[in-house]
Design a protein around this ligand. Sequence first.
Ligand SMILES: O=P(O)(O)OC[C@H]1O[C@](O)(CO)[C@@H](O)[C@@H]1O
Length: 242
Amino acid sequence: MKIIVVEDYNEMSKKAAEILIKKVQEKPNAVLGLATGSTPVGLYKELIEDNQKNGTSYKDIHTVNLDEYIGLPKEDKNSYYTFMRENLFNQLTIPEEHTNIPNGNNQDLLEECDRYEKIIDALGQVDLQILGIGSNGHIGFNEPGSSFTGQTHIIDLKESTRQANARFFESIDEVPKQAITMGIGTIMKSKEILLLASGTAKAEAIRGTIHGEVTEDLPASILQTHPNVTLIVDKEAYSLCE
Ligand SMILES: O=P(O)(O)OC[C@H]1O[C@](O)(CO)[C@@H](O)[C@@H]1O
């Protein structure tokens, strides 16, 4: 596990963009695993700026997203489908058919989980998986207690996660109670993983991820067993690891 400690959120975003752009330049048809939430927004801004300035091409890459809420219309501003278009896909001209995100409105959600896992398998292997981390150590929407070998599945969101994400909604009542998420087993198949964390709210989770016991109580701790993981954390997120 490689750890890069940076000054702040902006430096985290710049460093992550450097790594991702290098990957895309080395492998123009790379499969990128993408994350949502506030952590990767700065990274996506850096990618757009680089694309406009340097013309880095994303026309041949494929993307898979970690998760999607269940029951939010895809056009809802808080769906991760819309989040990805507004924060990245609309500006990076990634072909729509190259982007993949679970469909939280499929009438048969179990079939959807199976369909999505098969898409990931058909792409071969995620070359670079971007992860954020929840303050309870969740990755994607794999909450504490999630199996380390899980594939894409339906998850009941912990109240703490709903509370954390309520900041994007009018009220907590509007925050979905379930989501579809790539499983930890799915995530761990990635060739390379880049986890980003910023702020003191993530400090406890980052300490457990780096120094803690590998336990399902802290999903991100499994990353200690992956051969190619880089953490980019700002000083606040790293503050309990000193
Ligand atoms: O980056 P944020 O907004 O702190 O979210 C942290 C984590 O929570 C999620 O958004 C799920 O709630 C994850 O996708 C993300 O990695």
